[in-house]
Design a protein around this ligand. Structure first.
Ligand SMILES: O=P(O)(O)OC[C@H]1O[C@@H](O)[C@H](O)[C@@H](O)[C@@H]1O
Ligand SMILES: [Mg+2]
Length: 218
């Protein structure tokens, strides 16, 4: 049996925080009169906080000062943290823990590869922090997804070659990052959205031990 590196995105993969990001961005966009729906939100998944605000301003054709930009970023994050503060283990998505435990039992490398600067806080909130051998998040990278830096750093921290790594992702940008890193990309969500992924599952309840064993023994 080979040791593979299993790299998990956080928001929308391990926990359903994608819905909180959506609510916070929508509130912010509306406050500055920019149209914001699910379609715009899809384009922000996996994208850093700075880049997300830049995109919203671009969609609304708005130019603002550096200090207003900083204020809006802080407002969005405060709003988002309001949701995060109430989180607990019940918000871990179905069968995520089961898959994590299966891989740990099989002595596989487990890492987090997230764009979020709140990743460590969230992992602690839902009591999953200790399961991760390596954590690479928005505080550790210069280039965000779709750049592969976050996943390549995670592979390096696990000491496993990128081609022996498998990434679980819910965002288009994240799937592109995994593909560019030469890793197996597994989309979590809708196949119509995550077309570039090597495999797509609606959620972890559809990922069985036979499939995981095949990935390990590939
Ligand atoms: O604002 P944070 O917590 O640092 O998160 C940055 C990004 O993290 C990603 O995981 C989310 O998909 C994005 O929606 C989010 O903007
Ligand atoms: Mg995500």
């Amino acid at each position: 049996m080979m040791k593979k590196g299993f790299i998990f995105d956080l928001d929308g993969v391990i926990v359903d925080t994608a819905k909180y990001h959506y609510l916070a961005w929508k509130k912010l966009a509306q406050s500055i009169d920019v149209h914001f729906s699910e379609a715009e939100n899809e384009q922000l998944k996996g994208v850093s906080r700075v880049k997300s605000l830049e995109k919203i301003l671009e969609w609304g054709n708005k130019t603002i000062s550096e200090s207003d930009f900083m204020k809006l970023m802080a407002l969005k994050n405060d709003d988002y943290l309001g949701y995060i503060n109430t989180m607990n283990e019940s918000e871990i998505l179905p069968d995520v823990l089961k898959v994590l435990k299966f891989l740990i039992e099989k002595e596989q490398g487990i890492a987090l590869g997230s764009a979020s600067k709140n990743a460590r806080t969230i992992l602690k909130k839902v009591n999953l922090f200790h399961h991760f051998e390596a954590i690479v998040d928005g505080n550790d990278v210069v280039k965000g997804k779709p750049n592969p830096e976050v996943f390549l750093s995670a592979a390096k921290a696990l000491n496993i070659n990128p081609e022996h790594c498998i990434v679980f992702e819910d965002s288009v940008a994240g799937i592109q990052a995994a593909n560019t890193a030469n890793m197996i990309s597994i989309g979590i969500g809708e196949s119509s959205v995550l077309q570039e992924a090597d495999f797509v599952f609606a959620d972890f309840t559809h990922i069985n031990s036979q499939f995981l064993n095949e990935l390990i023994n590939k």
